[in-house]
Structures are given as structure tokens and as C-alpha cells.
Design a protein around this ligand. Structure first.
Ligand SMILES: NC(=O)c1ccc[n+]([C@@H]2O[C@H](COP(=O)([O-])OP(=O)(O)OC[C@H]3O[C@@H](n4cnc5c(N)ncnc54)[C@H](OP(=O)(O)O)[C@@H]3O)[C@@H](O)[C@H]2O)c1
Length: 322
């Protein structure tokens, strides 16, 4: 079978599709025939040896994938022929993957494999951030920065699914149009976003702010929050880790809350499945509908990862295997 492997820690240039033996399903595992593989930020970091997990080369890449159950144990909750999405720390990138049922989620009929491969990591992170960490309430306003990215778009749609009003902060007009088309109520440019957000909220500020960028935006992000606001620390795509002056937290009764989804969710059996069940009605109503950008055959994995590295993608880049 084909296996997407990191053969040297050189970023996309060190990623190859190689022939490898098919996995043997252990008792308790589910064997999945993979149809589509999502590309993600962790794939890129893993390919450079810059991720928190540092497997020895060569290793099989692949966080998000989708396919069909080929073998399973009775009572696993998944039957042969079921369509599933899957999420692993790495290792989902091959024609056949054998894994625990905890890492697999049933797909509604209307969701294609390509869309399914865009769902797990970003949307489970968004659900964890907004529900578990922010305790988002219907009618609250959520600001998302880096909003055109993978986690950003997921947060916009999941916040909508929870009945919130959404404000997207993006760097270009093209990205503003993109996030509006995905359901954002408002989209503002990052330059001068504080004034725009104050105007949109009649001076009150927002209730929840999802921060995937960090860096220089932090001070204005804190100023964008209203009373009892919650700022969620999700990522640092801006490249620097900001410092918070705690007097700002006292002024408006502000919380700064960390969001570390992967290690938390993946070490708690059944947790991701409960999260998925919370997202299912949002998938069925269409409010959760992940944007798929480019699809490539799996052989073009290095090109797909290079696109991600060069910031030229809008929506999830998906690799097809069947
Ligand atoms: N905490 C968790 O549990 C968790 C889970 C999953 C992912 N993450 C992290 O969340 C972050 C976002 O992931 P993602 O998949 O959404 O990434 P992405 O799709 O590449 O989006 C990141 C966004 O950040 C903005 N950005 C600002 N400055 C940037 C820069 N210098 N380089 C690249 N992007 C920049 C971009 O928007 P503009 O161009 O509009 O500024 C871009 O749309 C990553 O740091 C990832 O590791 C955290």
C-alpha cells in the first residue's frame, strides 16, 4: 500500500509517498480504507521536526483522514462499510490505517470524504475552545483573528452553531469575502480592527476572542473584550508569544484561557466522540461546512505542504487516495 512518510526532517522536500506493508489490525482496533487525507499545520511542523511530538524518521504522516471501515470487532460501534472521519497525532496517511475506535467518528450521509478530511482537528479544537474553555452562550459575540485559516474558519462556524454572533479579523479583502461566504456575520481588516470592533458592538466589546495569531495583536485583542470577556490562547501563527500585563485583566474582569486540545482530548477515551456528537447537528444543519480549497492526488503531498508553508491556501488542502 502507499504510505505518506517523512524520510528526512527537511519540511515538504523530505516527505515521500512510498510502498509499505499494510497494517495488521490488532484486537480492539478498526481497519480503515482511507479515501481522503487532510493537510494541516502539525503535518508541516512534524515534517520539520518542530512539533511537540518528535517521532524518529521515517514515520507516517497524517492527522486528519476519512474513509470506510474495512474490519472491526463486534461491539466497537463501527461496522464494516461505515463511512468515518479520523484524527491521530500522526500516522493517518496511508491506503489502510488501523487504529482505536476512539479516534474515529461516523459521518453523516451528506458529508463527502474531502470535507470529512477537513473536519476533525480544526472543528474539534473549535468545539473544545468555545464550549469547554469559553463556555460560550447563545447571543454572545465571538471575535476570531486569523479567521480565514483552518482553526479560524472552524471557530466561526462552530460559534454560529452555538448561536453566537461572529466577527472575523483577517488581513486582506479577499479573506474578508471568503469568511463572509462561510457564514461570518462581520469581517474586519486586522489593521485598525480595535476601532472597527468597538463600532460593531456599540462600544461594549466582544464576549469571547479566539486568538490563533498571538504576537503584536495581543494588546488590542484584550482591549476588544467587554466586561467578563474571555480571550482564548490557541496559537501563535504571528511568530511571537505575547506577554500580558495583568492590570488589563482587572480593569474589565477579563479571563485569558489556554486551549490545548490535542493532548487533552486524545488521552481521554470517549472525549472526542462526545465532541463529535455535539458537532453532528451542526453538520446536518449545514452551519458546519468546512471549506475545501485545493485537492491533489496523494502523490502530490509535498506540493500540498509547500502551499501551506507559503500561505497560498484558502480552505483545507485535501489529498485524495481513491
Ligand atoms: N491549541 C490547540 O489546541 C490547537 C489546535 C490546532 C491548531 N492550533 C494552532 O492554531 C494555529 C492556527 O492553525 P491553522 O491550522 O488555523 O493555521 P492556518 O490555516 O495557516 O491559519 C493561520 C492564520 O493565521 C494568520 N497569520 C497571521 N500572521 C501569520 C504568519 N506570520 N504566518 C502564517 N499565518 C499568519 C493568517 O491569517 P491572515 O493572513 O488573515 O493574518 C492565517 O489565516 C497554529 O499555530 C496551530 O498550531 C492549536
Amino acid at each position: 500500500m502507499r504510505s505518506v512518510q517523512v524520510v528526512s526532517l527537511d519540511g515538504p522536500a523530505g516527505v515521500r509517498v512510498v510502498e509499505a506493508p499494510a497494517p495488521t489490525r490488532a484486537s480492539g482496533e478498526v481497519l480503515v480504507e482511507v479515501h481522503a487525507l487532510g493537510t494541516s499545520w502539525p503535518d508541516l511542523l512534524l515534517s520539520r521536526g518542530e512539533y511537540q511530538l518528535k517521532p524518529e524518521v521515517p514515520f507516517q504522516l497524517g492527522v486528519d483522514f476519512a474513509g470506510v471501515v474495512r474490519e472491526s470487532d463486534e461491539g466497537s460501534g463501527l461496522a464494516v462499510g461505515d463511512r468515518v472521519a479520523g484524527c491521530l497525532p500522526y500516522g493517518g496517511g496511508a491506503d489502510l490505517v488501523s487504529t482505536s475506535a476512539d479516534a474515529l467518528f461516523p459521518l453523516p450521509d451528506g458529508v463527502t470524504f474531502e470535507k470529512a478530511a477537513a473536519l476533525p482537528m480544526n472543528y474539534l479544537t473549535a468545539q473544545f475552545a468555545l464550549e469547554t474553555r469559553a463556555q460560550l452562550q447563545p447571543g454572545e459575540t465571538v471575535l476570531v483573528n486569523g479567521a480565514a485559516g483552518g482553526v479560524g474558519t472552524a471557530c466561526l462556524q462552530v460559534a454560529k452553531g452555538y448561536g453566537a454572533r461572529t466577527v472575523a479579523v483577517v488581513s486582506t479583502q479577499e479573506k474578508a469575502d471568503f469568511v463572509r461566504a462561510l457564514g461570518a456575520d462581520e469581517a474586519v481588516l486586522v489593521d485598525g480592527f480595535l476601532a472597527a470592533v468597538k463600532e460593531l458592538t456599540d462600544g461594549r466589546g466582544v464576549d469571547v476572542l479566539v486568538d490563533v495569531v498571538g504576537g503584536d495583536l495581543m494588546t488590542d485583542s484584550l482591549r476588544s473584550l467587554g466586561q467578563l470577556g474571555r480571550l482564548l490562547v490557541v496559537g501563535f501563527t504571528g511568530g511571537t508569544i505575547p506577554q500580558v500585563k495583568v492590570n488589563r485583566l482587572l480593569l474589565n474582569n477579563t479571563d485569558v484561557r489556554g486551549v490545548g486540545w490535542g493532548a487533552y482530548a486524545m488521552s481521554r477515551p470517549g472525549f472526542m466522540r462526545r465532541q463529535w456528537d455535539a458537532l453532528l447537528p451542526m453538520m446536518e444543519s449545514g452551519v458546519v461546512d468546512p471549506p475545501v480549497g485545493t485537492t491533489y492526488p496523494v502523490e502530490e503531498v509535498a506540493r500540498a505542504l509547500a502551499d501551506l508553508e507559503n500561505r497560498t491556501v484558502l480552505g483545507k488542502t485535501v489529498l485524495t487516495l481513491r
